[in-house]
Design a protein around this ligand. Sequence first.
Ligand code: IPE
Ligand code: MG
Length: 218
Amino acid sequence: MDGNGRWALGRGLPRAAGHQAGAEAVRRVVEIAPELGVAVLTLFAFSADNWQRPPEEVATLMTLFRHFLDAETPRLVENQVRLEIIGRRDRLDPLLCSAIARAEAETAKGACLRLRVAIDYSGREAILSAARSLADLSRPSLDEALGPPVDLLIRTGGEYRLSDFLLWESAYAELIFARCMWPDFTGSDLAGAVQQFRARDRRFGTVPAAAPAAAWLD
Ligand code: IPE
Ligand code: MG
């Protein structure tokens, strides 16, 4: 979810206003996702690298996460959304940790959408910690220790990189790079991305089932 800061600066607003607007975009996207056939939606909210931002911005984001969890949980329950926070917990404020635990417990029965929000997340770190947990034989594979495979990965904000997001899980992800800033991302942008995804030929390294005659041989 990239571009909150630039969205705000472009309007002469503080970056915090961009993060607030970004939270509203989350609400819109979460509401429309099930209608579009999306069963699992993972949002990258705060990367392990984001700790390097100025402490005031980090504090603003952490407070926003906590308020958002508290404010949104009833709506998530109503819409049958199951919330799961991925990433490290040991560096988060205890107040945020309890808001996460509450929101996860209250939404645990949601069956319409599995919403995963990455906070203090690093794809490389997740792979390392999953690999370490393999020593515990109850975890048979990395696939099981990590999340479900990503089908479609959308990055907003006009950047063309993965920034340490779901690296293992995105091995065969279709990539879409949206030029808009995250707060401007709408339900119809998501619908458009899903439509593009459906039109893609996902071969996973195989040849097409019915190979069309190659025009250049004629
Ligand atoms: C939101 O966008 C991503 C978060 C880490 C919360 P940014 O804060 O990265 O916005 P830009 O890239 O500065 O515009
Ligand atoms: Mg950014």
